[in-house]
Design a protein around this ligand. Structure first.
Ligand code: HEM
Length: 164
């Protein structure tokens, strides 16, 4: 979903004003709220089901970087929908969830606040992109260069297959 959400965001902001842009903004907002929901569920799952352990050969500093990156990824996936939502509502744009219902208003109309949230949302998007790239490159590095089980342990069903 994130791989759809981020390119859609960069595409929509540069579109000329019109029905297509409007519809892409609506999709971006709904998808963002769905992302928030599944991330919250994922975090709840992760807190009760620890991640598979990393191979013992991995140095301590690399474990620390991996952990910090993972935590930041979760924080941003929860924070971005909130800054996006607040930015829209403070600019007096009601936010609908796939046309099913309007999200309750969390903040009053406030132009300055909306601008601040917009800048935060944009900055968080850039950081998220860097983190996703680093995370994916590190996983590929483990798989193709270190030839360990790190990438395999990130895939669905890894817990059931067991770790080495
Ligand atoms: C995980 C969820 C989300 C991600 C990763 C995400 C990512 C992005 C990115 C990368 C941009 C382009 C930044 C720029 O160049 O200005 C953007 C723009 C935008 N996003 Fe999101 N977004 C998310 C959720 C949301 C939600 C839930 C809303 C509103 C309910 C929202 C509202 C907006 C708006 C209005 C813009 C246009 C730029 C602006 O005027 O601030 N986003 N988003």
């Amino acid at each position: 979903m994130l791989l759809l959400q981020i390119p859609l965001a960069f595409y929509m902001v540069d579109q000329p004003i019109g029905p297509d842009k409007f519809s892409n903004y609506a999709t971006h907002k709904s998808l963002g709220l769905l992302l928030f929901t599944v991330t919250a569920l994922r975090v709840a799952w992760r807190l009760t089901h620890p991640a598979p352990p990393l191979p013992v050969a991995i140095a301590r500093w690399q474990r620390v970087i991996a952990r910090v990156t993972q935590v930041l990824l979760y924080v941003l996936m929860l924070l971005m929908p909130l800054t996006g939502l607040l930015r829209s509502q403070a600019a007096n744009f009601p936010v609908s969830f796939f046309g099913l219902f309007t999200v309750p208003t969390l903040v009053g109309v406030n132009e300055e606040f909306s601008k601040g949230m917009s800048a935060a949302h944009e900055m968080q998007g850039s950081v998220l992109l860097v983190l996703i790239s680093a995370h994916a490159l590190a996983a590929l590095h483990h798989h193709f260069f270190r030839r360990d089980d790190v990438l395999r342990s990130m895939l669905p069903g890894a817990g059931r297959r067991g770790q080495s």
